[in-house]
Write a protein that binds this ligand. Structure first.
Ligand SMILES: Cc1cc2nc3c(=O)[nH]c(=O)nc-3n(C[C@H](O)[C@H](O)[C@H](O)COP(=O)(O)OP(=O)(O)OC[C@H]3O[C@@H](n4cnc5c(N)ncnc54)[C@H](O)[C@@H]3O)c2cc1C
Length: 554
């Protein structure tokens, strides 16, 4: 088993770099460093992308809201990052229109905001479709679901979104790090680290077996997201930045509109508020509340806020209620602030990332960040690690992006020959070949071979979702699934699309479990339905108290 083999090799030899945390920041760090020839280890105490990076709005956006605070260099940087993602991941990150209704009396007038979208478009190098001013009549025709009362028109501009989901996107980087020889393992926690001569000794624990091990590395990259400060406290790192936390939630409901657009409103608190397409469902949110700790949950008040905002702005056959919620997501944005600084203007606080390097100790801390900016983060961590004396044998190696045209053409040619798209499940919103290519890239050919060998491999296994038997088998072999939630929530988004009660009754899920876990199928099912929904972090992790309880001091 891949995980067990990787854990065994963690305590052998000295790694150039040990990356702690496999959210987006840790995953890109490992992918970039491994592709450029470093000997890399990556551990996460939960599943890959099991904390913040599974709770985002799934948008790759150029930061239009920072125009309001005149942070044009940041907007430019984010637009360039967004454009790079659009170019590098044509099937995974796609342009999408943001369709915005404007309420009379809002703090900025309609025309001023529309001009803002033009400026945004120009700052974004005209990379996307041109913005458009919308009359009330146009909105009524194109999106009749929008309630026009109090609305004096609107505008439409472009940004991008992750077609699958954030956690799957992160997994792509972990997969790529593994393909370049990195040793990565989920459910392995760092209990602390100390410097020993010119190396770090990190004490780690396999959360599933309780086994402890020591990982030796020349450089330590702390990419623990909201837990960066807590881990730095364990290693005695002093930094000039720290994190504060902003909680955000999303609710997933039945599809509200068939158009593939993000409907955008200004919520009662003045923030942008989205209705985002999610396959056969719609995802609505988000919120922005300052909290003191990384572990949060959706409260009754959060639900009320989101539902009342949406009910006020859409003309639905009947108002949405809690009973319409299929699934929920909740996380904290780790925001980097200068040590000693606070959040004078909370809603305006920007989401820049900061990478701090301790040259003497060979330590890197990653603060803040966004999925959108991930390629910059990967490149900057490579530069930091080189600065710490680790030579990267292939410093110019490109480490991101979907496979090139030749691989793509070969896959689609083969898919055509096999008439794969004829097997697309009837409810699916896209042809099967497009979905398999996006999710598996060059590995999609293996799935075609599996279907050719055994046509049953093309059966949709779990009621209500598109995933095929061959995809479950592939996940079992290649995607380091240790718990059922890893599969249902992060390698796929099944648990966001299907209600928990329906999953509990699903014979298809039982069969999927047998493929994923063999003899342990019943155990994993039971573990999943006993836990609270979507909590890779709840079972693996603890808060700050835990660090002081389990950490070891140098
Ligand atoms: C509601 C919401 C909406 C958002 N929307 C967007 C968006 O649309 N677009 C966008 O670009 N960004 C968005 N973001 C921001 C983005 O999701 C985050 O900035 C990003 O996911 C943070 O990634 P990370 O790797 O720093 O942290 P995380 O994903 O939290 O990863 C840190 C990892 O470290 C692990 N860890 C912690 N301690 C240890 C330890 N001791 N040993 C081993 N592992 C450890 C954790 O288990 C965790 O998996 C949003 C965030 C939120 C909360």
């Amino acid at each position: 088993m891949l995980r067990a083999t990787n854990i065994d090799s963690l305590s052998r030899g000295t790694f150039d770099v040990l990356v702690l945390g496999a959210g987006i920041n840790g995953a890109v760090a490992a992918a970039a460093l491994a592709a450029r020839g470093a000997k890399v280890a990556l551990i996460d105490r939960g599943d890959f992308a099991g904390f913040t990076s599974q709770e985002s709005s799934n948008l790759a956006w150029g930061g239009i809201k920072y125009m309001e605070s005149f942070e044009f260099p940041l907007v430019r940087k984010l637009c360039v990052s967004r454009n790079l993602l659009l170019r590098s991941y044509p099937s995974t990150v796609q342009e999408i229109r943001f369709y915005t209704a404007h309420e009379r009396g809002f703090r900025h007038g309609l025309f001023k905001l529309f001009l803002g979208t033009w400026l945004y478009w120009i700052i974004g190098s005209f990379f996307t479709k041109i913005p458009r001013l919308l009359s009330r009549r146009t909105i009524a025709r194109e999106e009749p679901i929008i309630d026009l009362e109090g609305c004096d028109g609107g505008f439409e501009y472009s940004d991008a979104y992750l077609v699958d989901n954030d956690a799957r996107f992160v997994w792509g980087f972990v997969r790529s790090a593994l393909d370049h020889g990195a040793r990565a393992a989920n459910y392995v926690e760092s209990l602390g680290a100390r410097r020993d001569g010119d190396a770090w000794l990190t004490r780690a624990r396999d959360v599933l077996s309780g086994r402890e091990l020591t990982v030796r590395s020349r450089v330590l990259v702390n990419a623990c997201g909201p837990f960066v400060d807590a881990h730095n406290a364990l290693t005695g790192q002093r930094t000039s930045h720290r994190h504060i936390f902003s909680k955000g939630i999303h609710l997933i409901v039945e599809r509200l509109t068939t158009s593939r657009r993000v409907l955008t409103f200004f919520a009662d608190d003045g923030r942008l508020f989205f209705v985002i397409p999610m396959g056969s469902r719609t995802c609505i949110g988000t919120t922005d509340t300052r909290v003191e700790r990384p572990h949060t949950e959706v409260t009754a008040e959060d639900r009320r806020f989101v539902l009342s905002n949406i009910n006020k702005r859409l003309r639905l056959p009947r108002p949405l209620t809690e009973a319409d919620i299929i699934a929920e997501r909740c996380g904290v944005r780790p925001l980097a602030v200068q040590e000693g600084g606070g959040a004078a203007d909370w809603l305006q606080l920007s989401r820049k990332h900061v990478i701090e390097v301790d040259r003497q100790q060979g330590h890197v801390s990653v603060f803040g960040g966004k999925l959108t900016d991930c390629i910059n983060v990967g490149d900057e961590i490579c530069a930091a690690v080189q600065e710490l004396g680790v030579a990267l044998p292939r410093p110019a190696q490109r480490w991101y992006g979907e496979p090139g045209e030749r691989a793509r053409d070969a896959f689609f040619e083969e898919a055509r020959r096999l008439e794969l798209d004829a097997l697309t499940p009837p409810r699916s919103s896209e042809p099967l070949s497009a979905r398999l290519w996006r999710r598996y890239g060059a590995e999609a050919l293996e799935l075609l071979e599996a279907i050719q060998r055994d046509p049953r491999m093309a059966d949709a296994l779990i009621e209500g979702v598109d995933d095929l038997r061959c995809e479950v088998a592939h996940a079992a072999r290649r995607e380091m699934i240790a718990k059922l939630d890893d599969f249902l929530r992060r390698r796929t988004k099944i648990s966001l699309l299907v209600r928990r009660e329906e999953l509990a009754r699903s014979p298809g899920l039982r069969e999927a479990c047998r493929i994923l876990f063999g003899d342990e199928a019943d155990l994993r099912l039971e573990e999943y339905f006993q836990g609270s929904p979507g909590t890779a972090h709840a079972d693996s992790a603890c808060g700050r108290e835990c660090y002081s309880a389990s950490g070891f001091t140098p």
